[in-house]
Write a protein that binds this ligand. Sequence first.
Ligand code: FAD
Ligand code: NAI
Length: 482
Amino acid sequence: MSQQFDVIVIGGGPGGYIAAIRAAQLGFKVACIDEWKNAKGGAALGGTCTNVGCIPSKALLQSSEHYEHAGKHFAEHGIEVKGLSLDVGQMLKRKDHVVEQNNKGIEFLFKKNKVAFFHGRGSFVKAVPPGEGGTSGSTGGYEIKAGEESLIGKQVIVATGSNARALPGAPFDEENILSNDGALRVGAVPKKLGLIGSGVIGLEMGSVWRRLGAEVTILEGLPTFLGAVDEQIAKEAKKAFDKQGLKIELGVKVGEVKSGKKGVSIAYTTAKGEAQTLEVDKLIVSIGRVPNTIGLNAEGVGLQLDERGAIVVDGDCRTNLPGVWAVGDVVRGPMLAHKAEEEGVAVAERIAGQHGHVNFNTIPWVIYTSPEIAWVGETEQQLKARGAAYKAGTFPFMANGRARALGDTTGMVKFLADAATDEILGVHIVGPMASELISEAVVAMEFKASSEDIARICHAHPSLSEATKEAALAVDKRTLNF
Ligand code: FAD
Ligand code: NAI
């Protein structure tokens, strides 16, 4: 006899676990199935984000930043550090502990919200017609295999995430050729580290290992650096990365990749057409991610996928199958944990007959390098492309008192506002704590604020957020401190 649920969620990453909790809050009987295993083979809720993504990468970014500060920046504060040394093992242990705390936190939340958790693979068995298989009411449902158990759910939310994309002919061995997983487990600092792709992972992981002492080279296929980022901001960030010694080669064509006992050799053609070979001890491949539907038996029940392997959904995350929804990395849209979470919440609310909504125009992006890069809304090049009339205002952290006190004056805040109405169309930040500063811009844009609204709000002094206020003032050409 199958166990019956109102809602079955397949996948316990940020999209899935949040959907499960919200559905339980709304009074549904909920099950969540997740197959992730920790090193001991036990459950490790939280998906890519918690286990090999957002959380461990930020733990290593923090540790490596402390190391760099102690070695290079404490002296200017009059703090002398003698005999500075690095214990990569301890750094990785701390990172693993942070991950475990998050895994346990989600387990606790499931208990608190009475979400039934099944550790194992979830796959569709068949659609159960209304009135059959024990489902009450007339809605029918789906039989889902959860490991060895059989469940029936009236509604199913698929949140099976994504996997790293490998270079053709160079599969991940997680020893020499690393995905994001192996990149977070390197046991000793490689002398030379190569990365393919100067996107978000390339820059974050490249920064970690550069700070710890590796000579880092990133090979990027596109001729422009961070093409999705506002050009002025990307240019400022590139200047900072160049100064740090992060080597980024743009416009290359990667050829044969050979992995052996001595490391990895990567043949490539430069933007000028010269044939080159990069020899490194380890190679991280960070060229994007592919939606994951492995083992779901999507084809068995006729769940429609697109040519990229993503589950096809409408604007409300409905799939082609009645009562089956999909959220997060496995569907269209940015592959971000907070986007997955918002979709999870919205779907649970829609199942309850409410009007859950995700505003794609106000999803913030953050790259956690130093300087941090964060943005929301349109870039200047996007506004130009659509012929929008806009005003721009920038304010450099160099002119911000708190940034000077912190000793981190790189970068700026940039506002883009509608020329006629002054409504904020985009905010772009490169600089200290951009990840935190961007929230004000997100709130402002959600409330359809004008740049004048931000300019008129009292911001604490001295704070980095004063640079946000000043950039808003700059839209009207009336900065006070620059
Ligand atoms: P996932 O987190 O991938 O979770 C899917 C879960 O489903 C997994 O646990 C998987 O094991 C499970 N699963 C899959 N198939 C089945 C099945 N058939 N049965 C049972 N279980 C199954 N995003 C940010 O917003 N901020 C960041 O700072 C950030 N940093 C990142 C750093 C790295 C290195 C990487 C790789 C990603 C990062 N991301 C970040 C992206 C973020 O991790 C993803 O967008 C997010 O995890 C997507 O959530 P999800 O729930 O859709 O899928
Ligand atoms: P990405 O899409 O950010 O960057 C991939 C880069 O690789 C691009 O610049 C692309 O032009 C380049 N590329 C692709 N194929 C190539 C090839 N054959 N040769 C050379 N260059 C090539 O993907 P990434 O960095 O793998 O990250 C995946 C996703 O994970 C991100 O898009 C993001 O959604 C998420 N993520 C988010 C983070 C955050 O929010 N801070 C941190 C890390 C990942």
